[in-house]
Structure formats: C-alpha cells, structure tokens
Design a protein around this ligand. Structure first.
Ligand code: NDP
Length: 315
C-alpha cells in the first residue's frame, strides 16, 4: 500500500480507504463487516470513513468496535455531520449546536477521544458559514477533531470557506469528499482546480460507482444475488446501471484485461492518476473484494492506456 499526503497537511493516508455507507451496520452482517475492516487494516489501509447518519449511528458503532483492537495512532478515522439524526428542528444541519452535539455523540458511538477528519456532509444554506467554521475550529482547539473538510460542496462554497477562515484566522478546510469515478467526472472542471489552489485534497467516494465498475452487472441480466443492486432495503441503483454505462464497462473491461488488471483495479488506478486525489474511498461487502482492490495502489497507467480510456468514456 502506498500513502499520500492529504492536501497540504502533514497527514498521510492510504491511497485506498474503506467506507461504511449502506454496508456496515446495514446490509453487511457485523461479522463480515469486522472481517472486512480487519482485512483492510492487514493490507495496509490506514484510513476508515463513516458518518453519523449512516444507519443512524449504527455504522459508527460497528467501525469503532472493529478498530478498537488496534493502536489508535495507527489509523485515520473520519466521520461526518449534517444529516438528519432526529425529528427536532436542531437535529440536522451545520449549526454550532448540532455540530457540537453530534461530535460528542459520534465520539461516543466510535468509542474514541478524537476524530481525525470531521466532514460537513453537505452545505447548509441556513447556517452562516462563519458559525460552522468557528464551531469546527473550536473542536480542533479542544482536541476533539484534528482536521476538517467538506463533502459535495460547490467550488464557490469551498472558496468562500477558505476566504472566511483566512480573514478570521480560523483553521481551513483541508479535504473534500466528492463522488468521482470513470462514470461520474463532475469534479474535474472546477473542484480540482480550486482545491489545488487552496491545498485541499480529494478523498473520492464511490470510485467503483457502487460496484458497477467491477463489471459484475451486465446488460440485460438481473443483478447478481447478494450484490448491492439486488438489495431490497436500499435505494435503486438504476441511475448508474444505465445501458450507456454498462456498454462503457464492457469496453473498459477489455482494456483492463490487456493491462493484466481487473476492472476494479483499473478504475481505482485511473482515479489515482490525479495527484490532487489523496485516496480512493471504496466500500466492501467481503474481505476478498479488498484483496483485489488494494492491488491498484501503486499502479501507474501508461499515457496510451489513459488515452484509450478517455476515448471510451467520451462516447
Ligand atoms: P464503491 O464504488 O467502492 O462501491 C462499493 C461496493 O462495490 C461494495 O460494497 C461491493 O458491493 C462492490 N465491490 C467493491 N469491490 C468489489 C470487487 N472487487 N468485486 C465485486 N464487487 C465489489 O463505493 P461506495 O459507493 O460503497 O462508497 C464508498 C464509501 O464512500 C462509503 O462507504 C462512504 O464511506 C463514502 N460515501 C460518501 C458519500 C458522501 O456523501 N460523502 C456518499 C457515498 C459514499 P456488493 O458486494 O454489495 O455488490
């Protein structure tokens, strides 16, 4: 496993990290979740992601429990705040009150004294940005949070956050968590240039487009039993399982084969070609998936291969 600096910070994170959305505390049973987290750790993954809102706190509990047997300094733990955690008017968003309360609740569920990276899960137009940044800065001063960042904010919102932090001498956002994969490239135009300018690193989620970029979903066939798309309990994946995407996947698979890689390895290596990306944040329902995916770390795709991929993706 190779490690990269997170933006302009001194923090090093594994090129491949492990998340817990839908899976841990959700459709993946706890013993399988723990086995996957243990396998990740064994393979050199030092970066684990969760959120307060994933299964209303259950994912944090599973992740925290699984990691508790390891030396706390040996891994980087990230969680998030914003999503609805109750029915009250202050049970969501990025107000000082909600951030402080949720940070304490997350620490309890995770069973730890500090969060390495705390994300604002979405932008909250009803809270002044300065209120949010001051609350996060206070958490840093208190040692409860080490670094903070955002997820799915616009380039303009990120720039504004940096501007306010500099003006008010507050800690800056150092990391962004966007959706990025061969099938979803929105961040290339604005987010990456703005992030590079401000020293913000990307930790990209759904790098395998929720499993579509493993090649296991095929045109005209039902989703394989046990796969995410076959889960009744979760939202439909139809928006990614389009005919157009599945055609691209078929063509990408051929490139992977000529490179002696699996499609998931090619998809992750393609993401890691971006120097602004610190880590590709994957999910895993079984330890074997991680064994396959981590082999993408350190793979440098040739210019010619990147060009061939570009041709397929631009159709
Ligand atoms: P991926 O695109 O990596 O999809 C992961 C899923 O793909 C796995 O759970 C598994 O599903 C399947 N898969 C992975 N590897 C393989 C393999 N080698 N062979 C076959 N199937 C495989 O990422 P996720 O969509 O899970 O997102 C990753 C993380 O990003 C989340 O856990 C979360 O922490 C974060 N996230 C953040 C968001 C945000 O708003 N900030 C939003 C979404 C995610 P299965 O086996 O069940 O089919």
């Amino acid at each position: 496993m190779e490690y990269r600096r997170l933006g302009n910070t001194g923090l090093k994170v594994s090129e491949i990290s492990l998340g817990s959305w839908l899976t841990y505390g959700g459709y993946v049973e706890e013993n399988n979740a723990t086995a996957s987290i243990d396998k990740a750790y064994e393979l050199g993954i030092n970066f684990f992601d969760t959120a307060n809102v994933y299964m209303r706190g259950e994912a944090e509990k599973v992740v925290g429990k699984a990691l508790s047997k390891y030396d706390r300094s040996s891994y980087v733990l990230a969680t998030k705040v914003f999503g609805k955690m109750g029915d009250g008017p202050n049970d969501a968003g990025l107000s000082r009150k909600h951030i402080m309360e949720q940070c304490h609740a997350s620490l309890k569920r995770l069973g730890t004294d500090y969060i390495d990276i705390y994300y604002c899960h979405r932008y909250h137009p009803e809270t002044p940005l300065e209120e949010t940044l001051r609350a996060l800065d206070d958490l840093v001063r208190q040692g409860k949070v080490l670094y903070f960042g955002v997820s799915e904010w616009t380039a303009e919102q990120m720039s504004e956050a940096v501007h306010i932090a500099d003006k008010k001498l507050l800690d800056r956002i150092v990391v962004n968590q966007p959706n990025y994969s061969m099938l979803h490239r929105n961040i290339e135009k604005e987010i990456i240039p703005v992030s590079e300018k401000h020293g913000i690193g990307q930790v990209v989620f759904s790098p395998l487009a929720q499993g579509v970029l493993t090649g296991k979903y095929k045109k005209g066939e039902a989703a394989p039993a046990g796969s995410r798309a076959a889960q009744e309990s979760i939202q439909s994946m139809n928006h990614v399982l389009t005919e157009e995407n599945l055609e691209k996947v078929e063509n990408l698979k051929k490139i992977a084969e000529t490179e002696n890689l699996t499609l998931s390895q090619l998809a992750i290596a393609w993401i890691l070609r971006q120097p602004n990306v610190a880590s590709a944040l994957v999910g895993a329902s079984r330890p074997e998936q991680l064994e396959e995916n981590v082999k993408a770390s350190g793979v440098k795709l040739k210019e010619e291969t990147l060009q061939q991929i570009e041709e397929i993706l631009s159709i």
